[in-house]
Ligand binder design. Structure first.
Ligand code: ADP
Length: 874
């Protein structure tokens, strides 16, 4: 950010350099003056008309002395500038037009914010003076527009702005277009500025959010994958067609197959031996019934017992499977069963044949020592209320220490070995000792940190209260099962988090899954733009939006799904039923982002759809306005050319006619004079009188024709001015001399009252005299006998003024301007029409202006009139 010398601020590109193509300042929120100033006498009407209406800029334009700017007085502005100025003032968007070779700034209310501290001084100022700090960058751009008629648009330019008292990054879309002058040459540059910060920020936030979501779901996936790889169980997942979508490392090991050789392949073709097996039946049931199954069976693939858990995979429509080799345990179980039977048999034998005890004991001991399941015999200890409170180890086989971690147990009680052992162990063994009913159960022991699969039975006579305990350590299996539950819970929590993040995002976002692109997750913002409050969840795009058929949008989903390439379409036209009241034209920033699974396959599409209809409509309106103003300009141009041609034709006609009339009139005068002088013979007194009347009429007519001719000359621009430093007093006295007889004969006092001898004006002396004569003869003509006519001259800051005042009939206020129009005479119903053409004042004013001066009138009807001629001083 830079600060210019006047203390205002302007924008720079976010790279820190002044923007090469544009420079604006931001006001700190303070509004400029909004009061309309007084109107300048001369510009008043033209400016008042063009700038009529509300708003600060119109008020400033009315108050500004345009004559002091390079654009000159408003009434002299070309029609094109007026048209574009009207357009700029009426436009709701920020606009500035840079007009003429000096690129003078003319801007509207919305653009004030852009001007910042440079407002209001910048109105009517050349842009180079207003923005010297960025002129080097802007100059070539303006050159491109004005010299080559090029248009430029800069979309979403990032700029650092200072406004509302702080620095912030904002975005603007800027359009530069050429505006032709009346003659078709380049008149100026029209710059339109839209702030697009909100849209750009929304887009950025959307992108970030999407990135974050993708990263998050990626991380969740990675975590799940890592877990699946680290657990001891084999794991695989298949889709609804039983094609492998995931195979973990343990499964690879068990099957002896690499995952690469399985992924994407059909389960039953890869493992044909499994078809028809128990596992096959369970797989089909889970897939169809969508309920989990748990079973143990001999795997037809590896020929060993496996423990299998099958779960339907709700998201993908397939199923997931955990399994592990329990062949060893199965065999141990079988062995154990067998041993137990044997033990029973042994016990029976022991009971039956006490005599054979020694032999049996030896055999029993051998058996007892040889099995790898833990085995012990305990004697349960009861308290006085026959509640089991402890038990003493009577026997333990070698595997006992391995399975329990307890050494030298025999002879000691459980409480001695494990003071915090849970009461349930005493209870269950106490029950067995008392009832004689064998039990089988699984249970854990906190102090031992293990889980056991236990078979307990009464050993020996009831009163001995002995219990035989056969058990295996199943801690590993138990932990694995717990872990599996935890993982599944975690997976579904992650899934839920993703869903709620999407649902709560402010940008319209939907997740579509599968090759049919069914809407899976649709957030509230997306639902709002879906139109008519429809809920599209679970539908395919053609079901959700049937009116989109034929617009190529369904095909976009297919394309993104098939190619895996994201697709973005800013301001894509979409015809659909947005508001529930029929199909309409809308525009959307569309984005399709493929969603992939762990193997990188596309499984869904994120669809972002931001409604930018209002933005697009606003821009189109500006374009339409521009085109309309162009038409209006062309029409005005044509009308003007036509009017000028007509006027020229009229003036030429007058010039020719007047000239044609003068020749015969001169002949009439000449012959009348010859007769009057008696050259054609003697004449009577009556004839002499007639001849004088003829001559008077001839001179009058000639005077009228000369005036018409003069005016026509002025109009056709054929009058030539010989400018010199003219002594004003001489010219005034010369004129007075010519009118004096007329005044005298009418009884009117005519005087030059005050006119310093040294006063000189820059003028054509003949034309000056002509104007004064004309004013004096009017004064005499419209003043009754006994009245007074005065001429004075003076010098002031505006130049030299010559005043002619009379005490005549005066001019009504509403006619004061009209008397300067050609052929206008003020009619008084009381008096008969005065002589004259109504051209004198029109000619006089044209002559005055032709010399760089002006002619104006003031009057009080009934009291007199004053005509003031202004001329540049010498
Ligand atoms: P003309 O005198 O030939 O009619 P001008 O253009 O000189 O044409 O004047 C236009 C009209 O302005 C006159 O017809 C008259 O009505 C009015 N006018 C001009 N000068 C005076 C004056 N000094 N006092 C009153 N009315 C005047």
């Amino acid at each position: 950010m830079c600060v210019n010398r006047t203390g205002g601020s302007y924008l720079v590109g976010s790279d820190g350099h002044p923007s090469p193509w544009f420079a604006v300042g931001m006001s700190n929120g303070a509004d400029g003056v909004g009061t309309a100033g007084g109107t300048d006498g001369r510009d008043g009407d033209a400016a008042g008309r063009l700038f009529a209406g509300p708003g600060e800029m119109r008020a400033l334009c009315r108050a500004l002395d345009w004559a002091a700017t390079p654009l000159g007085p408003v009434e002299e502005w070309p029609a094109a500038l007026r048209a574009v100025a009207g357009l700029v003032l009426a436009a709701p968007t920020a606009m500035v037009v840079l007009w003429g070779p000096e690129l003078v700034q003319f801007y509207n209310d919305a653009y004030r914010e852009v001007m910042g501290a440079k407002h209001p001084a910048g109105l009517g100022q050349p842009t180079r003076e207003c923005w010297p700090e960025v002129w080097d960058f802007n100059a070539p751009l303006y050159e491109g527009v004005t010299r080559r008629g090029e248009s430029f648009t800069f979309t979403d330019q990032p700029l650092v702005v200072e406004r509302h008292g702080r620095r912030e990054e904002a975005f603007f879309t800027l359009a530069y277009s050429p505006v032709p002058d009346d003659g078709g040459a380049m008149g100026g540059v029209l710059v339109t500025v839209f702030e697009t910060t909100a849209q750009v920020r929304a887009r950025g936030a959307r992108e970030e959010e999407r990135e974050r979501l993708l990263a998050e779901s990626e991380a969740a996936r990675a975590r799940v994958t890592a877990t699946l790889e680290s657990i001891g169980d084999a794991f695989y997942a298949v889709d609804r067609d039983f094609r492998f979508t995931y195979v973990n490392h343990r499964a690879e090991e068990l099957w002896g197959r690499s995952r690469e050789s399985l992924l994407g392949r059909h389960y039953w073709t890869e493992f044909p031996q499994a078809v028809g097996s128990v596992a096959h039946r369970h797989h089909l049931e889970v897939m169809a019934g969508r309920r989990p199954a748990h079973f143990e069976a001999v795997s037809p693939v590896i020929g060993r017992w496996v423990d299998v858990s099958l779960y339907p995979d709700e998201a993908g429509g397939g199923l997931a499977c955990y399994f592990r080799d329990v062949d060893d345990r199965r065999h141990a179980d079988a062995e154990r069963e067998r041993l137990l039977r044997e033990a029973e048999a042994a016990r029976d034998a022991a009971e039956r044949a006490a005599a054979a005890a020694a032999a049996s004991e030896a055999r029993y001991r051998m058996l007892f020592d040889s099995i790898d399941a833990g085995f012990s015999v305990v004697e349960v200890i009861f308290d006085a209320e026959r509640r089991p409170v402890d038990y003493r180890f009577v026997e333990a086989n070698p595997a006992f220490a391995e399975q329990t971690g307890l050494a030298d147990a025999v002879g000691r009680t459980a409480r001695e070995l494990l003071p915090t052992l849970e009461a349930h162990w005493f209870e269950v063994y106490g029950r067995v000792a008392l009832t004689g009913e064998a039990v089988r159960f699984q249970n854990g022991s906190e102090p031992m940190g293990r889980w056991f699969d236990v078979y307990a039975f009464r050993a020996g006579a009831p009163e001995e209260r002995r219990v035989g305990i056969l058990f295996t350590d199943v801690t590993a299996a138990h932990v694995a099962a717990r872990e599996r539950e935890r993982l599944l819970a975690e997976l579904s929590a992650e899934r839920e988090r993703l869903r709620s993040t999407i649902l709560n995002m402010p940008a319209p976002l939907a997740l579509l899954v599968g090759p049919e692109h069914r809407f899976d997750i649709v957030n509230a913002a997306y639902r709002r733009v879906s139109g008519g409050g429809r809920d599209v969840t679970g539908l395919t795009p053609p079901e959700a939006f049937p009116e989109l058929a034929g617009q190529g949008i369904y095909e976009l989903f297919d394309r993104v799904y098939e190619t895996g390439e994201p697709w973005s379409g800013p301001e894509s036209p979409v015809r659909y039923d947005r508001d529930g009241d029929g199909v309409q034209d809308t525009w959307f920033d569309l984005h399709f982002q493929p969603v992939r699974d762990a193997e990188g396959r596309v499984v869904g599409i994120f669809n972002f759809a931001v409604d930018v209809t209002d933005q697009v409509r606003a821009r189109r309106q500006v374009e339409r306005l521009l085109a309309e103003s162009e038409h209006a300009r062309a029409d005005a141009e044509a009308a003007r050319t036509e009017a000028e041609a007509a006027n020229r034709a009229k003036s030429e006609f007058l010039a020719v006619m007047s000239h044609e009339l003068r020749t015969p009139l001169n002949a009439i005068g000449g012959y009348a004079e010859l007769m009057e002088m008696g050259i054609r013979g003697p004449t009577t007194a009556q004839q002499q009188e007639d001849l004088r009347r003829i001559q008077t009429s001839q001179r009058h007519l000639l005077g009228l024709i000369n005036e018409v001719l003069n005016y026509a000359k002025l109009e056709t621009g054929t009058v030539h001015f010989d400018l010199a430093d003219v002594p004003v007093r001489d010219a005034v006295l010369g004129a007075e001399l010519l009118v004096a007889p007329q005044a005298r004969s009418k009884g009117i006092a005519l005087a030059v009252t005050d006119c310093p001898p040294g006063l000189e004006a820059r003028a054509d002396v003949e034309k000056l005299r002509q104007i004064v004569v004309n004013l004096l003869s009017n004064a005499v003509k419209f003043t009754d006998p006994g009245g007074r006519v005065e001429v004075s001259c003076a010098r002031d800051e505006a130049g030299v003024r010559v005043r002619v005042s009379d005490t005549g009939i005066g001019i009504p206020a509403d006619k004061l301007e009209a008397v300067f129009d050609p052929f206008v005479q003020v009619r008084s119903d009381l008096a008969r029409p005065h002589e004259g053409t109504g051209l004198g004042l029109a000619i006089s004013r044209d002559l005055a202006r032709g010399m760089g001066g002006d002619l104006a009138a003031r009057s009080t009807p009934g009291a007199g009139s004053t005509f003031t001629l202004t001329l540049p001083a010498a």
